[in-house]
Design a protein around this ligand. Structure first.
Ligand code: SF4
Length: 437
């Protein structure tokens, strides 16, 4: 019988005995540097509504710089009454009609940073694309993949992403700016937080368990969340320690990967339904896509249905094209690059404190399955169009998709409507979307 393996702690290297505070971050994190004027998809031309924190807004109001002061007063606008205003979202930068930040100079560098130094940047501008989260008392840092350079560091990382513990990021620590925190409300007992961290360790272990296909790992993750959700939704639930038996039962499964893979194989495949569900709203994406994302979308559409976006959703020879692109171009590339989608999921779980914020376990799991399925289908289409894939194209798709969907998740509601049951929603009912071929 195979030897039992158990998930290790979420952190690979244990903290050194030191009085200095420690933080947890993925091993890719220290390598990130903004590439500024070299960036192919600068965050300063994304057209985002950039929030400005109250301290920075007050500083900008008091600015006496001859050129900058009038610009700061005219382009940094107080939050509207009908939009939520807080210390962190006190005001915002009004973008130009061409979606560029008004402070971006022709050399693609920031005028505020150049004239006043990086300490004059708002929390949002100074920290993007980094996340600074608080899980209990534990400070955590990570990167968001809507930035192309961050996406390269995160995705093109052949070894499983490791978590390390070291001194906090001096830049972010100095700002005391937290993106997400757990608990937002409710559990604050360190012992209970520690058990929630055990659940995170197990989820990451599952996603990085390379003896299974990625689809089987995602199925296992859904089964785990389903069972944990049952425990904590029970009217008699009192303490998070009640999930221990669930965690223990899952750790025994790693000894028999073939058993899990067989379970995954038993999930019925329905590629026509998957392709129709995903391509049905591609046209909507096309209407609001920046050029970088539109390039991927057009290639994906072309690879799946030919060069007429208007034919989306009607089937045609969609399935035959998908199969051909999958077998001839997608699979040969991903045979050795399976780590890219694994890293995408691992980064999402860690940086978004999955599944403890932003929604229910079920909604968050569905979102993860849908996003993975959309990326995978697009990628097959792109592979067909270009007759192959490259790291550059794959990063372009995942990064520009992350950027397009960062502030608009309306497509998730449409997908849920199309594939999920209203009467008895469950984790299992979306797992067929994980089947690729
Ligand atoms: S998107 Fe990333 S690399 Fe590009 S300018 Fe912004 S932070 Fe720098």
């Amino acid at each position: 019988m195979a030897k039992k393996r158990r998930p290790k702690s979420i952190v690979k290297s244990k903290p050194k005995m030191t009085a200095r505070p420690q933080a947890v971050f993925p091993d890719y994190y220290p390598k990130f540097r903004c590439i500024g004027s070299e960036c192919e998809d600068s965050c300063c031309i994304a057209g985002w509504k950039i929030p400005i924190d109250r301290v920075t807004w007050l500083r900008y109001q008091a600015c006496q710089h001859e050129t900058l002061a009038p610009l700061l007063r005219s382009h940094v606008i107080l939050g509207k009454e009908n939009s939520p205003q807080s210390e962190q979202t006190y005001a915002y930068i009004k973008m130009q009609a061409d979606l560029r930040c008004p402070f971006l100079q022709p050399d693609m560098l920031c005028m505020i940073q150049k004239e006043l130094g990086s300490e004059a940047l708002s929390d949002t501008c100074a920290t993007y694309p980094r996340f600074h989260n608080l899980f209990g008392a534990q400070h955590e840092y990570s990167l968001g993949i809507s930035c192309p350079e961050a996406a390269r560091q995160v995705l093109l990382h052949p070894e499983p992403i490791g978590l390390i513990m070291a001194a906090p990021d001096a830049d972010l620590g100095a700002r005391d700016f937290i993106n997400f925190r757990v608990p937002q409300i409710g559990i604050s007992d360190p012992d209970q937080i520690s058990i929630m961290n055990d659940l995170r360790s197990l989820m990451l272990y599952i996603l990085q368990f390379r003896e299974l296909t990625l689809g089987a790992r995602m199925m296992l993750l859904g089964n785990l969340l389903d069972e944990v959700d049952r425990v904590i939704s029970d009217p008699g639930f009192k303490n998070i320690a009640e999930i221990f038996p669930v965690l223990s039962s899952f750790t025994t499964l790693f000894a028999e990967p073939s058993f899990i893979e067989t379970q995954f194989e038993q999930i019925p495949i329905d590629l026509p339904r998957k392709l129709l569900a995903i391509t049905a709203f591609l046209a909507e994406f096309l209407h609001h896509a920046d050029p970088r994302f539109a390039e991927c979308l057009n290639a994906g559409v072309n690879g799946l249905v030919g060069n007429e976006a208007s034919r989306l959703g009607v089937g045609a020879d969609l399935l035959a094209r998908y199969h051909n692109a999958y077998d001839s171009y997608y699979l040969p590339y991903f045979r050795d690059k399976g780590y890219i989608l694994e890293n995408y999921l691992v980064n999402d779980v860690f940086s978004q404190l999955f599944p403890f914020i932003h929604g229910s376990f079920l909604d968050l799991y569905r979102k993860m399955v849908f996003n993975l399925s959309i990326i995978q289908v697009f990628m097959v289409g792109m592979a067909g169009h270009y007759q192959g894939l490259t790291d550059m194209r794959v990063v372009q798709l995942i990064q520009s998709f992350a950027r397009r969907t960062a502030h608009d998740s309306s497509y998730l509601g449409k997908l849920t409507e199309a594939v999920a049951s209203k009467e008895a929603p469950s984790f299992a009912e979306v797992m067929w979307m994980l089947k690729e071929r």
